[in-house]
Design a protein. Structure first.
Length: 401
């Protein structure tokens, strides 16, 4: 194993597809397609045209491209909303002189990934008071407040899709459409369920971003930008290497709006989000598999993996199989410890295990740890369960029963 040879410690990742834990595992079929892709060369815009056809089929969007992650998709989507099909504007980004550069953002949806808007040159205009989130009140942003914030500097409304997101996307789309402002949706982590591939486009989003390295099962550094053909084409123009005689570039039908541009831009703001042919192929094959998978079977497989952990752990009463609150079809194991300090001690012991074990510590403050089945292998279940059992025994009477 190459990691052993390089002296890189392997871990059991029961946290989820987190970037710092190197995401998840790829299916052999995805890897085999990537190996084939690496053994031949093509023109990148032809490959992105094929990706567009696949993404359209899966999402219902007019067009799509494969990006180097959901964050790159947000950056490229933002660049598209600002520069549109103007190669001069593309060349100026992240300097936004002469173009709309404001992204209306609901304050309760601010998140660490919205920096991608600013990397492209955008400015975040916050609206609403999230006292629903902070506790003292019941309100969040209202659709009229979005309408109120729209000016001729507005590039787009940015929307973070999530189980808790307010107001509902269709209401946001309605006010944005009235003013011809695009809505850019970050749905990076909204899969499963499979229906969410179509949902946001159906609800009227102009652009939607997904991560390829999360539950989709693609390469860790892949993602999808899907949506309106003119905007997706603009995003592609800002990522492609177009250093060629202008007359030689023939826009594929999937990106027909590029033929209207008065010239080709230089290497754009998205050049730093380069995606390789191998990742594009890997994403396409992973997307096909995800769409074709029976969701019941996918859930059953995850559940069987968790049951193997439970068995090896000796079925302690405080380790329970439950549905993940936010993701339909994803079972998790919830490990309820006495209090936050006990959960922290358990977490630290598992990280000190060899191989190190990482559990989902998102609710550690409530004394809860979770085992997410997405990013570890069936063959790790016994080790994981035995380690949990050993930690339980060690913590002994400090556990609730
Ligand atoms: C994970 C995530 C991203 C980043 O996705 P990558 O594919 O790792 O770039 C962006 N936005 C949200 C909301 C996420 O959860």
């Amino acid at each position: 194993m190459i990691y052993d040879e390089l002296g890189v410690p392997r871990i059991i990742n029961a946290y989820g597809t987190n970037t710092r834990l190197s995401g998840g595992l790829m299916a052999p079929e995805v890897l085999a397609a990537m190996t084939q892709a690496a053994r031949a060369t093509i023109e990148m815009h032809h490959l992105q045209a094929a990706a567009s056809r696949e993404i359209s089929k899966a999402t219902g969007a007019e067009a799509g491209i494969v990006t180097s992650g959901a964050s790159a998709a947000v950056l490229l989507g933002a660049a598209a909303c600002m520069a549109r099909l103007d190669p001069g504007a593309m060349n100026r980004l992240p300097d936004t002189r002469g173009m709309p550069d404001e992204f209306i953002t609901i304050r309760s949806q601010r998140n660490m990934y919205d920096r991608a808007l600013r990397v492209a040159g955008g400015r975040i205009i916050e609206i609403g008071i999230p006292d629903r989130v902070s506790g003292p009140g019941v309100r969040d942003a209202a659709p009229w407040e979005i309408a109120d914030a729209i000016t001729d500097r507005t590039a787009a409304v940015y929307y973070l899709a999530g189980a808790q997101s307010e107001p509902p996307l269709p209401d946001v789309v309605r006010v944005a459409r009235e003013r011809h402002i695009p809505v850019l949706v970050d749905a990076a982590a909204q899969l499963p369920p499979t229906e969410n591939l179509k949902r946001f486009i159906a609800e009227g989003a102009d652009l939607v971003c997904y991560s390829g390295g999360k539950a989709l099962g693609g390469p860790q550094s892949s993602g999808i930008l899907a949506g309106r053909r003119d905007l997706v084409s603009s995003a592609l123009a800002q990522m492609l290497d177009l250093d060629m005689p202008e007359a030689e570039f023939i826009a594929p039908a999937e990106f027909a709006p590029l033929a209207q541009m008065r010239g080709l831009p230089y290497h754009g703001i998205g050049r730093s989000c380069k995606i390789g042919k191998e990742e594009i192929i890997g994403l396409i094959v992973a997307l096909r598999r995800f769409v074709a998978d029976d969701p019941m079977q996918r859930s059953a497989h995850w559940q069987a993996r968790l049951e193997a952990v439970l068995l090896a752990a000796g079925h302690p009463p405080n380790l329970r199989l439950v549905p993940d609150g936010a993701k339909p079809g994803l079972p998790i194991l919830e490990w309820r410890l006495l209090d936050a300090a006990t959960a922290q001690a358990a977490d630290a012991r598992l990280r000190a295990h060899r191989p190190a074990i990482h559990l989902d510590s998102g609710r550690i403050g409530q004394g809860l740890l979770a085992i997410n089945p997405i990013a570890f292998d069936d063959s790790d279940a016994a080790t994981l369960g035995a380690a949990i059992r050993a930690v339980s025994v060690h913590l002994g009477s400090r556990e609730p029963l």
